[in-house]
Design a binder for this molecule. Structure first.
Ligand code: R5P
Length: 316
């Protein structure tokens, strides 16, 4: 007798490669999804009928174009629910809109809260995310949220190089705790760059705290978007006399707009990111990508197997 699998991994159009890797880790077949657009631009989505009675796991990070990826996710979740899935888990390795988690000016919305409200409206039961920019996402989200970190994976990758003579650097105040944790584990000093964002593309540096002269910096952050933050930090460190050998480590390598050109001009030894978003071709720059699938598969097993998610949180 063939016993039907209790779970089904589905993917939106953003990152089917990662979804396939997660399905393979879980030993599950991959559920084919059909997404397309009507001539007027509306998105249409369809899930397989065999999702009935199963725990549906929809893999869909939400980098640019975030609206398309989110809308697909809402439609797929709604389709799973209406097709009789037992539960719907949205696995969103890169969770966009997380930098917009508060009302910074009169007249502005709270996009992050709205995105999670819409996930709830689409009948998502659980969300799994990795190093979401908003550290309090579990409290803000209107859907139960499992917030994982790739920190142990990044640490392992950084450790593969020599750590002697290094200094771990936070390129802005938001990354301070991350840098302190990494520096403590590596047994190196930490330094902090005081950054102010001028526009979405440009940042300004107001100072540097910590001794970097002669040391090779390991700059750590949650994401590299336009590369402005890393570029500004790197220039500040070089002016302060650091060794011209930079390691950059971040969970999400979005590399939008001028990011790759900005990085290409810096004396970079290593760029380490995860595969939370699809790979961007980067001629001339070797980017190391750490696989998230084993950690994400552990999280799914823990969530649906009733085990503590701490197992997945602490995987190294
Ligand atoms: C901001 O606080 C984040 O942690 C990153 O530093 C930032 O989003 C990176 O963006 P970009 O690469 O465009 O400077």
């Amino acid at each position: 007798m063939i016993v039907p699998e209790p779970q089904m991994v589905l993917s939106g159009s953003c990152h089917p490669q990662l979804a396939r890797r997660i399905a393979a880790e879980l030993g599950l077949k991959f559920g084919d999804v059909a997404t397309s657009r009507f001539p007027d631009g509306e998105i249409s989505a369809r899930v397989p009928e065999r999702v009935r009675g199963k725990q549906a796991i929809i893999v869909q990070p939400t980098p640019n174009p975030g609206e398309q990826h989110l809308m697909e996710l809402y439609l797929l979740a709604d389709a799973c629910h209406r097709s009789g899935a037992r539960s719907v888990t949205a696995l969103i390795p890169y969770f966009g809109y997380a930098r917009q988690d508060r009302r910074t000016k009169a007249g502005s919305p709270i996009p992050l809260r709205l995105v999670t409200d819409l996930l709830r409206a689409a009948r998502v039961d659980h969300v799994i995310g990795v190093d979401v920019h908003c550290a309090t996402i579990e409290a803000i989200s209107s859907v139960p949220f499992e917030h994982l970190t790739a920190l142990p994976l990044l640490l392992n990758a950084i450790r593969h190089g020599s750590v002697a003579g290094r200094v771990v650097v936070a390129p802005d105040l938001g990354a301070t705790k991350l840098a302190q944790r990494i520096a403590k584990v590596l047994g190196t000093p930490a330094a902090f760059v005081h950054k102010e964002r001028r526009t979405g593309l440009d940042v300004e540096v107001h100072g540097l705290t910590g001794e970097v002269a002669g040391r090779a910096p390991v700059i750590v952050d949650d994401m590299i978007s336009t590369g402005g933050t890393i570029e500004a930090a790197a220039k500040t460190l070089l002016e302060a006399g650091c060794a011209p050998s930079l390691t950059i480590a971040a969970t999400h390598g979005l590399f939008v707009g001028p990011a790759l050109e900005r990085l290409a001009q810096l004396p970079i030894e290593r760029v380490i990111v995860t595969d939370s978003v699809p790979e961007v071709p980067a001629a001339g720059l070797r980017i190391e990508r750490i696989a998230l699938a084993p950690m994400l598969a552990d999280a799914v097993r823990a969530l649906h197997g009733g085990q503590s998610i701490e197992l997945a949180r602490s995987r190294a």
